[in-house]
Design a protein. Structure first.
Length: 311
């Protein structure tokens, strides 16, 4: 069994998508669809920068989605690839869940791009710049991270945001609480705490205004049942009902990304091969969760040709 995975925020970089677009009309078509949906030259920003504008959440989220789906579009148009025949599940990390849903045809490219632009803007606006923060805890499992977050909160928000793999957990909340947590890592048997260069505290209760905005946006969006079951971040379980998908995407804004549990559940369900489209971020996490799994990352045209031959 095979699962296709889609990366989340942090995998963006200036120049992303350019080589694919230079090599493939199918990729250029996908990037144009996204630009048209947003009435914005996102692809130019992806390829030329500046980096500080690309890393803005409202730009980074649709850009990462576009890059991943351009990879898929090339495979489909130029290699005759069909996701429903090659895969059993799809999953994405945070915003990657939207990419996964689009890949499985639960929503079209334009809808996905507009939802991610809205999501990124709403998440950025939910908390004034400088009031929130996130930190990666290295050498921490979720139990140690929860204990640290509880000790550091002191009446403020400090919570586990991403349970990425057995050795990496991300916490999110008020900046002062996150800074306290980083200073306390050794007391909790955690190797290292590292503040992340993000502009908002994602996946915690401070994001409630963004969740409210996405509830409205998703209520108005056209969704249908995906061709393959999608592992929901907040459940670490597959879902296929459109109304359940809407509800879980709203919960995801403030809820924990249960990535470790999702990969473990897919492995337990019989998935032995995990294929990341458009990035090389999730593969190492998968190997730490399921060491015996086969992992493939598809980013370049050479990767695409090798994958098509293997599938």
């Amino acid at each position: 069994m095979r699962a296709f995975l889609f990366p989340g925020q942090g995998s963006q970089s200036v120049g992303m998508g350019k080589a694919l677009a230079d090599a493939s009309p199918a990729a250029r078509e996908l990037f144009q669809e996204v630009d048209d949906a947003l009435s914005h030259h996102l692809f130019r920003l992806m390829t030329e920068g500046p980096e500080d504008r690309l890393t803005l959440t409202e730009n980074a989220q649709p850009a990462i989605m576009a890059n991943a789906l351009a990879t898929l579009r090339v495979m489909q148009r130029e290699g005759g690839f069909r996701l429903v025949e090659a895969g059993d599940y799809v999953a994405g990390h945070s915003l990657g869940e939207y990419s996964a849903l689009c890949a499985a045809e639960a929503m079209d490219v334009g809808t996905t791009a507009r939802l991610l632009k809205r999501r990124g803007y709403a998440m950025q606006e939910a908390v004034p710049v400088g009031e929130g923060a996130m930190a990666a805890l290295l050498g921490a499992d979720v139990e140690k991270a929860q204990a640290l977050a509880a000790a550091a909160a002191q009446g403020e928000v400090c919570a586990v945001a991403n349970d990425n793999d057995p050795s990496q957990v991300v916490i999110s909340g008020h900046k002062s609480a996150i800074e306290r947590a980083v200073a306390m890592v050794k007391d909790h048997g955690i190797k290292r705490g590292m503040l992340l260069p993000v502009s908002a505290p994602f996946h915690c209760e401070l994001m409630q205004p963004a969740a409210d905005a996405m509830a409205q946006a998703l209520a108005e969006a056209s969704l249908c049942a995906p061709l393959l079951p999608v592992y929901a971040n907040v459940l670490a379980a597959p879902i296929a009902d459109p109304e359940a998908i809407r509800a879980r995407l709203v919960e995801q804004v403030t809820g924990r990304v249960r990535w470790r549990e999702s990969v473990a559940a897919m492995w337990d369900a019989g998935v032995t091969e995990f294929v990341e489209l458009g990035g090389k971020v999730l593969g190492p996490m998968v190997k730490r969760i399921a060491p015996d799994a086969t992992v493939r990352s598809i980013v370049t045209m050479d990767d695409i040709e090798a994958a098509l031959a293997a599938f």
